[in-house]
Design a protein around this ligand. Structure first.
Ligand SMILES: [Zn+2]
Length: 101
């Protein structure tokens, strides 16, 4: 379950602002279950983020969700952002494991 971030430190505030500028919303999941990242090209790292593309009622596609490690976070987020079109700009949410620090 996503809980909205109330950033308490500069790094988190900057990450939230950067994601906002890219068109994604930052939240966190205090119950995030870490696992091996399936996006890693070689040795899997441990997942830290969930990227969700959540279509509204008018959208054609299913909800997309990827759990990724820090290493895979940017490329997968970039791909999710690039896949959006004018007619299908489902909002993208980024959830970080654990919560605010
Ligand atoms: Zn990875």
């Amino acid at each position: 379950m996503t809980t909205a971030y109330k950033p308490t430190d500069t790094a988190t505030s900057e990450l939230a602002a950067a994601l906002e500028a890219m068109g994604a919303t930052l939240g966190y999941d205090p119950h995030f279950v870490h696992a091996d990242c399936e996006w890693c090209p070689d040795q899997p790292r441990i997942t830290e983020f969930r990227i969700t593309r959540r279509p509204g009622p008018g959208f054609q596609h299913e909800q997309d969700e990827a759990e990724v490690c820090l290493f895979c976070f940017i490329p997968v987020l970039r791909a999710a952002l690039d896949e959006r079109t004018e007619s299908d700009d489902a909002p993208i949410y980024v959830e970080h494991a654990g919560g605010p620090r």
